[in-house]
Design a protein around this ligand. Structure first.
Ligand code: NAP
Ligand code: G4F
Length: 345
């Protein structure tokens, strides 16, 4: 069988790096889009790049999903069998600061790619990185593919456009285009300003004596957190189906930010005692009495997504997918990795 070619936008991100590793393992030739930046932005894929260069199966191309001519040229030149559109301004809080840019990249970027496929007439499968942020102010618990959407941020609204334009191009032009509605997924490669990574880096810093405490926003927010490598495997499974469709990918378990903090400290033998309320709440080290967690309202969002919990039965039945890492294992993996990160800094 001929070697399959994949094109990944967002290759330098958390998911892009794991997806690249998995596709190379499956024998794919992988092409990734990278943005020109004034500082090094390939940290997550540097190891793969060196390895892939030797084997001549991993290639990077400069580009940006805000640039149609670049996308058209890349799609025409690479002629991929599968496109994974992972590129996004992916931070929800930041999207309130840069709403127009977020729409440009997360909404219109998706349209540009779909249109490039349509115009070249390429027989190519398309994966869209849709998100549980579409559910926002949730209309039912847990959320399935049938739950109505109610996004709560410029990010969520931009991704809502992307979700529907994927469906529209599928129905209007017969494109094999699927939406993966992925709930939060984390790993040691998670960006440092997302809450899980901020916590695991923070607790490792406190344990090492490199910092006094961690400052967080809404401790009561609840999320359905899974392990990123499991979730990128689901992306691939979706594109192996004969017909395109939309799937929820989640663990079905919900935990608060507060629980994530407690579990992280627990892995370092520190118990947290909570005192006070709201902005004045603090987390105290049960052994030393030191304040190791504080609330800082600057991390609150203008409109919050209070809870997310996914019903992944469709993916279990149709894709044979299921999560392999529990909440506690995820926390342990991340804390362990960040103890090393703190030592090396
Ligand atoms: P991430 O780590 O923030 O990675 C985002 C990637 O997009 C990076 O490679 C980034 O490049 C690239 N990018 C940003 N703007 C771009 C532009 N204008 N043109 C081209 N590339 C651009 O995100 P992630 O966690 O891997 O998530 C991957 C995708 O899944 C995103 O679309 C995200 O919105 C979505 N998603 C994530 C989750 C989750 O829990 N992780 C859940 C649901 C959906 P730089 O490295 O140069 O910044
Ligand atoms: O880690 P977060 O920033 O992730 P959020 O907003 O859920 O978005 C992530 O998951 C989405 C899938 O549902 C993706 F689509 C999106 O691209 C991204 O990957 O925040 C999680 C929760 C929020 O409720 C936030 O208010 O944690 C709360 N939080 C509390 N303190 C904090 C903090 N979030 C951050 N980033 N920083 C804090 O200090």
């Amino acid at each position: 069988m001929a070697q399959k070619k994949a094109f990944i936008t967002g290759v330098s991100g958390q998911d892009g790096s794991y997806l690249t590793e998995q596709l190379l393992d499956k024998g794919y030739e992988v092409h990734g889009m990278i943005r020109r930046a004034s500082s090094f932005n390939r940290g997550r894929i540097e190891h793969i790049y060196r390895w892939g260069k030797e084997r001549n199966n991993f290639f990077l191309h400069y580009g940006d999903v805000s640039d149609s001519s670049n996308l058209n040229r890349l799609v025409e030149k690479i002629r991929p069998d599968e496109i994974y559109n992972l590129a996004a301004q992916s931070h929800v809080k930041v999207s309130f600061e840069v709403p127009e840019y977020t729409a440009e990249v997360d909404a219109l970027g998706t349209l540009r790619l779909l249109d490039a496929i349509k115009e070249t007439g390429l027989d190519c499968k398309f994966y869209q990185a849709s998100t549980s942020e579409l559910y926002g102010k949730v209309q039912e618990v847990p959320q399935s593919e049938k739950t109505p959407f109610y996004p709560r941020s410029p990010y969520g609204v931009a991704k809502l456009y992307a979700f529907w334009i994927v469906k529209n191009y599928r129905e209007a032009y017969g494109l094999h285009a699927s939406n993966g509605i992925l709930f939060n997924h984390e790993s040691p490669r998670r960006g440092e300003n997302f809450v899980t990574r901020k916590i695991t880096l923070g607790v490792a810093g406190v344990k090492a004596g490199a910092r006094e405490c961690i400052k967080l926003g809404n401790l009561n927010a609840r999320r359905d957190w899974g392990y990123a490598p499991d979730y990128v495997n689901a992306m691939w499974l979706m594109l192996q189906k004969e017909t395109p469709d939309d799937y929820v990918i989640a663990t079905g378990e919900m935990h608060t930010v507060r629980e994530f903090v407690e579990a992280s400290f627990r892995h370092l033998d520190i118990s947290v005692r909570w005192e006070g309320e709201g902005e004045n709440e603090i987390g105290v080290d049960g052994n030393t009495g030191n304040t190791i967690v504080r609330v800082d309202p600057k991390y609150y969002r203008p409109s919050e997504v209070e809870q997310l919990c996914g019903d992944t039965s469709k993916a279990i039945n149709a894709l044979g997918w299921k999560p392999t890492v529990t909440f506690d294992q995820l926390v342990e993996i991340m804390v362990k990795a960040d103890r090393e990160t703190v030592k090396s800094r």
